[in-house]
Design a protein around this ligand. Structure first.
Ligand code: UDP
Length: 247
């Protein structure tokens, strides 16, 4: 079921349900796009980047990525069953890929990282077929060649790790020309799977403070996080104050 958060669609599904939807798209043999929506992206989109809203509108599936979105859902009376991050869905899809025989393509991150991530995924999910890998620091003039490489590899799943919104924009430009593939932006996930960056410990994830762990490890992210209080205020104003005012 799809709901609207600040006018932007988000699906209310569990990881398992997303995997089923993707399986259906692959069975039908048509291209698909998944966006894992976090508060930073949503805030930027609704406060002056209509192009980013359009990208979400064109996605087949949109997940609630980030505690901020899950919280916004509660405020808007549209509770999400769980938070579904890019890395969680990527791992769940990769596990399913081994039983379904889907092949995966990893595009993005610094040179060497996608290969290391692919190697670790093969170790974790024996039998996984990796159609190819490519780093994410190509020049604008090389973009068509990168898309051609993906098409020729013919994967069923394409994970794009270029950071948001670059990865969503890349997928939007190329989805119709790279064959029947389901594509998803996964941010820094390859760095984590390759073991170059570690994810916050499980207890932090359980306490819903993974973002805090990430801030300790990558302090340069603080600037990005400054939008979070503004996002929270926008949500409260939209769903609490304005609603009260209209009663
Ligand atoms: N990246 C890339 N090409 C670029 C810019 C970034 O491949 O031109 C990669 C970068 O190496 C990292 C990922 O994209 O692996 C971005 O990770 P981040 O955690 O910043 O993602 P976000 O949280 O912005 O989605």
């Amino acid at each position: 079921m799809r709901v609207s958060i600040l006018g932007v669609p988000v699906d209310r599904l569990t990881v398992e349900q997303y995997v089923e939807r993707v399986a259906e798209m692959i069975r039908l043999g048509r291209p698909g796009r998944i966006i894992t929506l976090n508060p930073e992206y949503l805030f930027k989109a609704v406060t002056g980047s209509p192009g980013l809203v359009e990208l979400v509108n064109r996605a087949d599936l949109v997940t609630a990525d980030g505690e901020g979105i899950v919280w916004a859902g509660r405020v808007a009376d549209a509770t999400f069953p769980e938070r579904v991050t890019g890395i969680d869905l990527m791992l769940a899809l990769t596990r399913r890929a081994t039983t379904e025989g889907w092949s995966v393509y990893l595009l993005g991150a610094a040179p060497g990282v996608a290969e290391e991530a692919a190697e670790n995924l093969r170790l974790r999910y024996p039998g996984l077929e990796v159609a190819g890998t490519c780093h994410g620091y190509f020049k604008a003039g090389e973009e068509a060649a990168v898309a051609r490489r993906v098409r020729e590899a013919g994967p069923q799943l394409l994970f794009v790790a270029l950071g948001a919104p670059k990865q969503e924009q890349w997928i939007d430009r190329h989805i119709d020309g790279i064959g029947p593939v389901v594509a998803m932006g996964v941010g820094g996930s390859f760095d984590v799977v390759a073991g170059r960056v570690t994810r916050a410990p499980r207890w932090m994830r359980r306490l819903r403070i993974e973002w805090l762990g990430r801030l300790f490890k990558e302090p340069s992210r603080w600037r990005r996080m400054l939008v979070l209080p503004r996002f929270a205020w926008l949500v409260l104003r939209t769903y609490r104050l304005e609603r009260k005012g209209s009663r």
